[in-house]
Design a protein around this ligand. Structure first.
Ligand code: CP
Ligand code: NVA
Length: 298
């Protein structure tokens, strides 16, 4: 089994990942990766995803090998197909951060080891799973009575994965951004899920009754050449104290990081009492460990 996109999962698989995460958090998976090797194949930079996976693997008595794609033969034209066949004959799991989601699918299609999406242009499923683990630990309310509003670049990897994972788990998700960033119907028409996904351009309406307000950068990795126009487009959707006041009084602010203070989020919000950001950071390793243990158990 791979973890390429949220739509390969279902509620019971996510709940299994969360129960492995709980076990990992309690320290009861100490030897579960003994003798196992994880390859961390990265085409883009990473602080949290890379180090949390590596650290989780070590805590479970396994080992991790970091592979910067620039130093592989890929950089000299070797194919993803041959790279996947080769790597998977040496390691037990591959976590890959890639520019193109299609390339990740090619890698997974040619790997004999499970492949984890550690972020592509389309999805960031591990981050979304760990964020709903954080939400679940923060509130006792049933998902059906919890609303998460994502404000900013609503057609980004983060928005896509949060919307799909949230609705799959039964939460009410509202994507709040400019009409140019309305995601495709794949991320909006999810009738088979128990939760809901809406798209809203009006900030007040979108944040009304929100329990959690999430944002992410306006300029994702790989979009640097469009930086100026993207900053202009999304500027009205900055997560600041005024915008937080449209949500519930005790609403919590979330961000996957890295943050750009003064752009998509203000430092008051990110450092404020109602910020869940450092809990997200902690849980990223917990759920990273849970995902690895879950995949290794199948
Ligand atoms: N949130 C996240 O994926 O961070 P990194 O880019 O540092 O891995
Ligand atoms: N949307 C961001 C997420 C970073 C974790 C990016 O792709 O750069």
């Amino acid at each position: 089994m791979n973890l390429i996109g949220i739509d390969e999962l279902d509620k019971s698989k996510i709940s299994e990942i969360f129960s492995f995460s709980d076990k990992f958090r309690r320290g009861s998976l100490h030897e579960s990766m003994l003798g196992k090797k994880l390859a961390l194949f990265f085409e883009k930079p990473s602080t949290r995803t890379r180090v949390s996976f590596e650290s989780a693997m070590l805590d479970m008595s396994g080992s991790a090998i970091y592979l910067d794609s620039h130093n592989l033969q890929l950089s000299r034209g070797e194919t993803y197909e041959d790279t996947a066949r080769t790597l998977s004959s040496y390691v037990d799991i591959i976590a890959a951060r890639m520019y193109r989601h299609e390339d990740l699918k090619t890698l997974a299609g040619n790997s004999s080891a499970p492949v984890i999406n550690a972020l592509t242009d389309m999805e960031h499923p591990c981050q979304a799973l760990s964020d709903f683990y954080t939400i679940r630990r923060h509130t006792d309310s049933e998902p059906a009575s919890v609303k998460l509003a994502f404000i900013g670049d609503t057609d980004s990897n983060m928005a896509h994965s949060l919307a799909l994972a949230g609705a799959m788990l039964g939460y009410n998700i509202c994507l709040v951004g400019p009409k140019q960033a309305k995601p495709s119907s794949h991320y909006l028409n999810v009738e088979s899920f128990s939760g809901s996904i809406q798209f809203q351009t009006d900030i007040r309406k979108g944040l009304k009754d929100a329990d959690f307000v999430y944002t992410d950068t306006y300029v994702s990795m790989g979009q640097e050449s469009e930086a100026e126009s993207r900053k202009k487009l999304f500027a009205p959707y900055q997560l600041n104290a005024r915008v937080m006041s449209f949500a519930k009084k005790d609403a919590m602010a979330m961000h996957c990081l890295p943050a750009h203070r003064g752009e998509e989020v203000t430092k008051e919000v990110i450092n404020g009492e109602n910020s869940l950001i450092w809990e997200q950071v902690k849980n990223k390793k917990i759920v990273g460990g849970g995902i690895l243990a879950y995949l290794a158990s199948r």
